[in-house]
Each structure stands twice: as structure tokens, then as C-alpha cells.
Design a protein around this ligand. Sequence first.
Ligand code: 5AD
Ligand code: SF4
Length: 408
Amino acid sequence: MKKVYLQTFGCQMNEADSEEMMLTLAAKGCTQTQKLEDADIVLINTCTIREHAEHKAISYLGRIAKWKAAKEGRKIIFTGCAAQRLGQKIKKKFPHTDIVNGAKNIDNFASIIEKENLLEGQISEAICQQNKSSIRLINIMRGCSCKCSYCIVPYVRGEAYSLDPKNILAQVDAALNAGAKEIVLLGQTVNAYNYKGFSFSKLLREVCSFDKLLRLRYLSPHPMFINEEFLQTLKDCPKIARHIHLPIQSGSTKILADMKRNYTREELLAKLKALKEIGIEVSTDIIVGYPKETEADFNDTLTLCKEAQFSAAYCFKFSPRKGTPAALLKEISQEIVEKRLDILLNEIKQSSKAAYARQNGTTQQVLFETPTNGRTSNNFWVRTKKKYPIGAVVDLQIKESKDTILLA
Ligand code: 5AD
Ligand code: SF4
């Protein structure tokens, strides 16, 4: 029975893809190991969204050459977005790589494993491995058709397409029957989901109708696709998390237009206000130092953050990705970018601390992800002295907030 060591880089979409590939390998009789030394196969699932992410994946591939050389028959599979971008060039530079399979080709993963004879000599019976975790990630779309000027995703993952809701709901049913409490629906622009007229909101409502479901999350929505139907669905379905991770990227209408984001600062503020009115906490992604970002544009981002009071934000320095329109623009000085990033991080630290502090004294439903750490529906981390089983759901009163953790 071959053992697989999994190394995933990047976002939750990649984690869901890794889970899919691991299930394919499990169906062929492989098991997963947490120890690299015990492994026969290393599966590396990569990200290329920023240069730094790609470097991390490639340097891991370089380091793992020693592992491969140490024992006859060991194999390496390199998959995901960086694999898509770099293709077979990877094998030239790192000849110890056995299979390169890009993100666009994930549906053919099983046949590629067959074709490459990767599991030669495997004698065990296939085992049916059911994922037992309390949080289950499910892909509902693949690719992205937005073509934001800075983003490489549409090039490495292809045009967006939505998966059949019948299939998605069957996966939800199976996950809940296997003990999952929370479902996370995933897609690059998850709220653009539309399968032959079956909308994202309709899908949310259908998933919520499962009795066994405790909580529903989705990642990542795009502000452009937030509409009345969706806001009404949030109001009607309390199982949908009282949190949204909504990447805004910038608070300047000029920069948003250049990025091809399809919304203005004012539209964004109106949507953020509508979400807050329903009681939804908002976290976000922001790019700092996009080419053409002036001091006034950056200031627009900063004032928007002050107004929106995000509970968290991932702030990224602009990274030019070859082949994207923004990579052709003149970059602004790194010194200025660093300075702006510092200012923004400081602002976010404050709003995040304030958001945690607002939870003080409230009673929250906590889903435990470790024996002493769990998450609330509005996505705050809670720590307890008492230990709970993983997957336990407990109503707890928040006694204290410390920067980015609540104590109960
Ligand atoms: N440079 C910096 N950040 C980027 N992101 C996407 N592309 C780039 C880039 N070229 C960020 C966006 C997105 C998140 C996943 O990564 O903020 O929401
Ligand atoms: Fe990239 Fe924009 Fe698509 Fe998000 S919506 S994946 S930022 S192109």
C-alpha cells in the first residue's frame, strides 16, 4: 500500500483540490501519511498568485530532491497553479519530478496517474476513505472569467464554469452523513455561480435545507455579484455564517477601474453597509502599491477601511505576474509600497482588535476545530481552558478579548 505525503500551498481552493486528488489516490489503494520519511509519493499542490507563492512551491520541490534520492521507487507529483503556468519546464529544471499536472487538468488526475504507471506494484485492494472532519470544503465552480488586470488565476485555471448542483448537493449530503457540521462552498468568484439558471442564492438555500447542517460558508465572493437576492438569502437563512470574506482590493474608484473590478468606491460602501445591517462581519483582501496608485488613491483605501471596520484583512504588496495587463505597467517604488503597507496593516490591526472587543459579553455558538480552539459563526477565534471534542458545538459566553482571540 503506497503512502502519500501531501504538501499544499496557497488558498482553500487548493486545499479542496488536494482533498479531491487524495480521494482519487485513496480509491486506488493509497493512504496518507503525515511523515515525509514514510512516504512513497509526495504530492505538491502549488499556487502562483504572487511571485512569492510560486517561489515557495518551487523551492520545496528543489529541497525534496534529497528525499527522492534516498530511496528507490519514490515519486513526486507537482500539481496546481504553478504547475499550470510552468508546465513541463519544471521537469527540465527538476528532473526528479515524475508528474506535472496543471490546475486546469485536475479532472484528469485519475487517468494521468494510470497513464504514468505511478502506482505500479500496488497490490492492495482499494479502500473507501471517507473524510471524517467536521468542516468540509466543496468546489462548486472552477476557473474565473473576471480577468482582473493584476491576476494570473484566469490564465492558469481557465474560464469559469459552474458544477451541477445535483452533484454538489450529493456531496453535501454525504459529508453531513459522515459527520460534517460546516460546509464551505468554494470558487474563485463563488457568488457568480450559476448552473443553467440555478443561482448561487438558490444553492445556498438548498444546502441550508439539510437538517444536519450547522453552518454554511462560501469563499471567495466578488463584490460585483452581491445582489438583492443574495442579501435576502442571508436574511432568511441563519445557518449561513454571519461573516463574509469579501476581497475589495482597493478603495479608490480610479484604481478599481484600472483593475477592472467592475465596482466603484460608492457601490462598495453601499454593499458593505447592507451586509453590516444584516449583522454580517466582513474581512477582506487588499492590494497595496498597484501601479498608478497615488497617495490620494491609497488614502481612499485607508478611509474606506476606517469606515468599513473590517474584522480582518490580508494586505498584499502588488506582485507583477507575467502575462497579466498590470505587469506591463510601471511599478511604483518599493519604499513607498512598504510605507503604505505599514500604515494599512496598522489600521487593520486596530479595526480587527475593535471587532474582537465588540464580541465581549456576547454568547456565541462555537464549533471546535482543536480541543481548545473553535470558531464563531461570525468568524472569530475562541479559546477555552476546558477541552472539548473536535467538532463539538457549544454556546459560550465571551469573557475577554485579546487582540485576535476571544476567551470563553
Ligand atoms: N499581486 C498581489 N496580490 C494579488 N492577489 C491576486 N493577484 C495579486 C497580485 N498580482 C491577491 C488579491 C486576491 C488574493 C487571493 O490575492 O488580493 O484577492
Ligand atoms: Fe483573480 Fe479577479 Fe478572478 Fe479573483 S475575480 S480570481 S482576483 S481574476
